[in-house]
Design a protein around this ligand. Structure first.
Ligand SMILES: [Zn+2]
Ligand SMILES: [Zn+2]
Length: 341
């Protein structure tokens, strides 16, 4: 089969490799669509994966084509999205149902082979059935949508609250949509690229601010004199954190959902504000299949979450190496880039 193989940091190629054989309790999935996650770019270009060679890709959906020992025959032919995290099921956190916090997890696309290939082996327990009216290309995005949903659950978003989001990438745009579904009163998204903000405006998901054109802190205080109830950073940057602290209301929350690509510096003034305003900084990590994926599928099937405008590029596996390079060099403006097979 054809596969995108990462052989070391920055070293990758399209290769012909044997189709994997499902082990007991696994299935073989024919990949139909796989999204490129923001985290894939540094993983492929800079840091590498946990071991090499490895096939990246953790946002995906496809069709079950064969099964390993101990898996029910009826599963063959199932259309499914895949929860990429494989929990140990025996640590303290797994026993509490917090599988995303497992001490000893495996992960498709970073610790074991993922979906940038024609086929991938998946534990049967990680399959989530998708209804006929959700196309594979949309189902591949259930993972990042669930990450956004999990973040909002962690942040305890309440009805009527005001939300400000830094970063209009796919996670930011999904956060807008889900915050609205969860009853947010006012949603504002900030970025420096107008093209990205336009999507949010066009579909009425949020009001927008271009941080390269106006003073963000001033603008937010004009809109929310007491500050925002919940501020979310998807960018993982010192500057966004500094601004987030300045625009959060007293006793408000800051949700950190973006991976930092460098050390984050907190100014003394910001640190003092966190103390004086009794701000809460909340982390979030992955999603929980059992609690969250069903809700996302329901929202997608009913059209309450609109995925299509967030897919800006559909590419083939053959084009993947070139596109990864372009994304790394920031030579294309994109939201979700999907590998379609
Ligand atoms: Zn991801
Ligand atoms: Zn565990």
């Amino acid at each position: 089969m054809k596969a995108f193989v990462l052989e070391g940091p920055g070293v990758f190629k399209l290769k012909n490799v044997p189709v994997p054989i499902p082990k007991p309790s696994e299935i073989l999935l024919r990949v139909k669509a796989a999204g490129i996650c923001g985290s894939d770019i540094p993983r492929i270009m800079i840091t590498g994966a946990y071991h090499h060679p490895l096939i990246p890709g953790h946002e995906f959906a496809g069709e079950v084509v064969s099964i390993g020992e101990g898996v029910r025959e009826e599963i063959v032919g199932m259309r499914a999205a895949i929860y990429p995290l494989i929990p140990c099921n025996s640590c303290r956190w797994c026993k509490e149902g917090l599988y995303n916090l497992c001490d000893n997890y495996d992960y498709m696309g970073s610790r074991r082979d993922g979906a940038f290939a024609e086929y991938v082996c998946v534990p049967a327990s990680n399959l989530v059935r998708i209804p006929e009216n959700i196309p594979f290309e949309h189902a591949a995005l259930i993972e990042p949508i669930a990450v956004a949903f999990h973040g909002l659950r962690n942040a305890g978003l309440k009805n009527g609250e005001n939300v400000v989001i830094f970063g209009a990438g796919p996670i930011g745009l999904f956060l807008c949509q889900i915050a609205k579904l969860l009853g947010a009163n006012s949603i504002l998204i900030i970025d420096i690229i107008n093209q990205k903000l336009e999507v949010a405006r066009k579909y009425g998901w949020a009001e927008t601010i271009n941080a390269s054109e106006v003073d963000v802190i001033k603008e937010i205080h004009l809109k929310f004199p007491h500050g925002a109830d919940l501020v979310i950073d998807t960018s993982g940057s010192s500057n966004a954190l500094h601004q987030a602290v300045a625009i959060t209301r007293k006793h408000g929350r800051i949700l950190l959902i973006g991976n930092p690509h460098d050390s984050i510096k907190i100014l003394q003034k910001s640190f003092e504000t966190i103390l004086r305003h009794e701000l809460q900084l909340i982390g979030t990590w992955n999603s929980i299949m059992l609690n969250e994926w069903g809700q996302i599928i329901q929202w997608m099937a009913s059209g309450e979450i609109n995925v299509e405008p967030i897919i800006t590029h559909r590419i083939s596996l053959d084009e993947l190496p070139r596109i990864i390079q372009l994304m790394h060099e920031r030579k294309i403006v994109h939201e979700k880039v999907l590998v379609v097979m």
